[in-house]
Write a protein that binds this ligand. Structure first.
Ligand SMILES: [Zn+2]
Ligand SMILES: [Zn+2]
Length: 274
């Protein structure tokens, strides 16, 4: 789907956003990847030979961890797309900037090397990685929790890689196959998010949760709650106050239209004979 070139949305200049990748962030990315890999290896070593570990526990932990990562990817992506600004100290440059840059220049992610692609997600996973090591591995419940969280952060780490592949023109036969059978994020599915005003299908690990979350209007509801509690306007920094207000109004009109359609349908379900 093409973006309308006359779209009134005011988006921040991609070049200004791209210049935010400083040497300090580069070093932070490298450090985060090294620490993350060490934590995952330490967890695998600790769980190896643990009497509570079995194939079913591991399989369940891996699949539920994948779903949890899909949710986390959607939630973090929604936060960075919707609130705050790329000029905020620390979080602005490291977390908000890549998401904002990505809407203006979708292909920029395909030019990022392994470190720039994966550093962020390793960084946010480090506290969870430490928790999986310090928790007791003394009962099946604790061992499951450690394996589940270890799996979740592994898939969180893989998220930007899967996302990057979904934007590549040629991603290789194995990646192409995994995308076609929807075991990782398919390009067609992810394109729905890249349609202005970029306010749905935030999950970018595999995207399995995008449809269910849309059906229950999860993110619009969260936005209403945040606006009600703080007075902040969703996407105000990214697309400007006027556009943000217009999007909010449109989504409210949509809700009203759906409600009106439901009332009409209910009225026509049992036609009364005259
Ligand atoms: Zn986005
Ligand atoms: Zn994307």
């Amino acid at each position: 789907m093409k973006n309308n070139p006359t779209n009134p949305l005011r988006q921040q200049d991609a070049q200004v956003l791209a210049q935010g990748y400083s040497r300090a962030i580069r070093l932070m990315d490298i450090g985060s990847i090294v620490i993350f890999v060490s934590l995952e290896l330490a967890l695998a070593y600790m769980l190896w030979g643990n009497s509570h570990v079995g194939p079913w526990l591991l399989l369940t932990a891996i699949i539920l961890g994948y779903l949890a990562a899909d949710f986390v990817s959607g939630f973090v992506h929604w936060m960075a797309d919707t609130w705050g600004s790329s000029t905020m100290p620390v979080l602005g440059k490291a977390f908000v900037r890549p998401f904002r840059e990505h809407h203006v220049d979708q292909k920029a992610i395909t030019r990022h090397d392994f470190i720039e692609t994966n550093g962020n997600n390793c960084a946010i996973s480090i506290p969870v990685g430490i928790a999986t090591l310090v928790m007791p591995h003394s009962s099946p419940t604790w061992v499951f929790l450690a394996a589940f969280l270890g799996s979740m952060i592994f898939w969180v780490m893989a998220t930007n890689q899967f996302h990057k592949w979904s934007h590549q023109d040629e991603a290789g036969p194995l990646v192409g196959f995994l995308q076609r059978v929807h075991l990782i994020l398919p390009p067609d599915h992810h394109r729905i998010h890249h349609t202005a005003p970029f306010n749905k299908y935030y999950c970018i690990t595999v995207g399995w949760l995008n449809k269910p979350l849309s059906m229950i209007a999860f993110f619009p509801t969260m936005e209403r709650i945040v606006t009600w509690a703080t007075g902040m306007l969703p996407r105000q920094d990214d697309i400007g106050t006027e556009a943000a207000k217009a999007v909010l109004q449109t989504s409210e009109e949509n809700v009203l239209m759906v409600q009106a359609a439901k009332v009409l349908l209910e009225g026509t379900e049992e036609p009364k004979s005259i």
